[in-house]
Design a protein around this ligand. Structure first.
Ligand code: SF4
Length: 563
């Protein structure tokens, strides 16, 4: 490989998941990814594009995916073959806490003189602890926008400079081990500087089709989906969200939302549509946050361009008939996702979502009548104010809606809030006020938890009514319930397979708990190793055999992906 200025590496959630006894659970339910969490952040593409425009060569390596696709892929040999002036590792989502730090440790061992830069919201939140305890990380670029600070940093690294005090958003350790934190002052008011060059985006999509290093996630070949980010920041304050208005302003220096212009969004959509007519594009962030003018400009440009690809709109609250009709006039194929979290109004309100079930149902009816090809409704259990009664209300409500609309492109999705409360969310900062208790708060606590042999240890919270063990059990109940719900859409054999997997998973988890109680370290390790062979059958090409993955495959209609 020719040397690059920067190589961006996406780690697996846990390293090395192929050798350690890890029993996976649902740890990446909010993104199209397996528990290895092989999906890399969208920021990789905008960073690569921005640096490319500034004449820097950047390579993306989806290490997590390479490790999943080839069980014999030799990570150490591969990483030692890389040549770069700097390496970048993402630590955006908390579940990468162990994987990102361990891959960085290996990189530092192999390339002791190459600086390692970390970025992402979790890295921002834990910047002090990372630099204090993990010498393999040299720099952290904080905040939600890292492109420009990263460019400054690369220039200084090239010049061999050692004073980085002028680089915004940067935390670093000097030669004497002293840690410095520059303020987060690079917080752009809009995201138009991120507009991706047409040819760059085209080559990015092509590379994604051909090259595992660029593929965004494991199932991309069989169920490809693109995503376009409309903004950074949010006008809402959902209490468990690390991307809320509160969290952005308290920890990431953002006081107002930064939008991409409708013109930029439409340009991206046109390029994607020029490659494929089938790949759905998920519009991340409710367009309505930009106001009526913003929505109108986006939709009129969409109509004028006559873009013919399926577009899925994220809506944060039930949409009005006018908005839905306007979408229907502007797009050929479209869908909506809405996440009321709980069917119990009290729990939903406590979560920070202020709308009623009647409003939800009106939105579903309007959307389906207008011709939406899909409406997905997401529920989350194990919330702060959740009770057994509210769990039952949500189950009943999902059943009622699924029966009412099951032949009309309508799906409900249920999961528990696992594995973690987001660092910096209101629930993480003030757990008692929101009905939560924190099990872990520090980076080190989380790092050790993700080194444990099952996902049950990854859960960083309990609630006023559910212990973390209850949350584990609730997760399996939710999976069981969802499997039953899918009977309405699917064939009996698939559902029975999932249910048998759930039963087997529960037994295995119980066995791991028993082993972890053993006082004798040697005996405990031996027993864990014995279980490894069984657990390992869930990884590599068999990753979809966990019940949660099977359920997802069934729910999204890409069941053949498991073969
Ligand atoms: S979960 Fe709530 S706070 Fe977070 S991005 Fe969505 S609407 Fe905004």
């Amino acid at each position: 490989m020719r040397g690059k200025d920067l190589i961006l590496i996406h780690p697996p959630s846990v390293f090395d998941f192929r050798k350690k006894p890890i029993f996976w659970g649902p740890i990446s339910d909010t993104v199209p990814s397996t528990p290895v969490f092989e999906m890399y952040p969208l920021g990789f593409m905008t960073i690569a594009n921005y640096l490319h425009q500034n004449h820097y060569s950047v390579e993306i390596v989806n290490l997590a995916l390479r490790m999943m696709k080839d069980i014999n892929f030799n990570v150490e040999k591969y990483l030692s073959s890389l040549k770069a002036k700097a390496f970048g590792i993402d630590f955006h989502w908390l579940p990468h806490v162990q994987g990102s730090l361990e891959v960085a440790r290996l990189l530092k061992k192999l390339h002791p003189n190459v600086p390692i830069i970390m970025g992402g919201l979790s890295a921002t939140y834990y910047a002090q602890e990372i630099l204090e305890h993990f010498p393999q990380i040299d720099f952290i670029i904080k905040g939600d926008s890292t492109e420009e600070p990263l460019l400054y940093l690369l220039r200084e690294i090239e010049k061999g400079k050692e004073d980085f005090s002028f680089i915004p958003n940067l935390s670093w350790r000097n030669r004497d081990g002293k840690i410095y934190h520059n303020s987060i002052t690079y917080v752009p008011n809009d995201l138009n500087h991120l507009s991706v060059d047409k040819w760059f985006l085209a080559s990015f999509i092509l590379k994604g089709m051909l090259n595992d290093n660029h593929k965004p996630y494991y199932l991309w070949d069989k169920a490809p989906m693109a995503a376009i980010l409309t903004c950074k920041g949010c006008s809402f304050n959902c209490v468990t969200c690390g991307g809320s208005c509160y969290t952005y302003s308290q920890f990431y220096g953002r006081e107002r939302i930064a939008f991409r212009s409708p013109k930029n969004l439409i340009e991206d959509l046109s390029i994607i549509a020029s490659f494929t007519k089938d790949m759905p594009v998920y519009i991340i962030g409710d367009l309505r946050q930009g106001g009526n003018k913003y929505v109108e400009e986006f939709l009129s440009r969409l109509r004028n361009e006559n873009i013919d690809i399926p577009i899925i709109f994220e809506i944060f609250t039930p949409a009005s008939k006018d908005f839905i009709d306007n979408i229907a006039k502007s797009v050929h194929t479209y869908g909506f996702t809405l996440s009321p979290e709980s069917a119990d109004l009290e729990v939903r309100m406590a979560q920070g979502r202020h709308y009623t079930n009647d409003e939800i149902e009106r939105c579903i009816i309007h959307s389906l009548e207008a011709g939406a090809s899909r409406f997905d409704l997401f529920f989350m259990l194990g919330l702060g104010k959740e009770t057994e009664d509210s769990v039952q209300k949500t189950f009943k409500y999902c059943l009622k809606l699924t029966k009412a609309y099951h032949n009309k492109n309508f799906y409900t999705f249920l999961s528990t809030l696992t594995p973690s409360l987001d660092p910096g969310s209101q629930a993480f900062e003030y757990p008692f006020a929101h009905g939560f208790r924190l099990r872990y708060k520090t980076l080190l606590n989380h790092y050790h938890a993700y080194s444990m042999p099952s996902w049950a240890y990854f859960i960083n919270y309990s609630t006023q009514n559910f212990s973390s063990q209850d949350i584990v059990e609730l997760t399996y109940r939710v999976a069981y319930f969802t499997a039953e719900l899918r009977r309405i859409h699917s064939n009996k054999d698939e559902v029975d397979l999932i249910k048998s997997r759930i039963d087997a998973s529960k037994l295995l988890l119980k066995k791991i708990d028993e082993i972890m109680q053993l006082k004798d370290d040697l005996k405990r390790d031996e027993e864990l190793q014995r279980l490894t062979a069984i657990i390992q059958s869930d990884i590599g090409n068999g990753i979809l055999h966990t019940p949660f993955e099977l359920l997802r495959a069934l729910s999204y209609g890409y069941k053949n992906a498991q073969s």
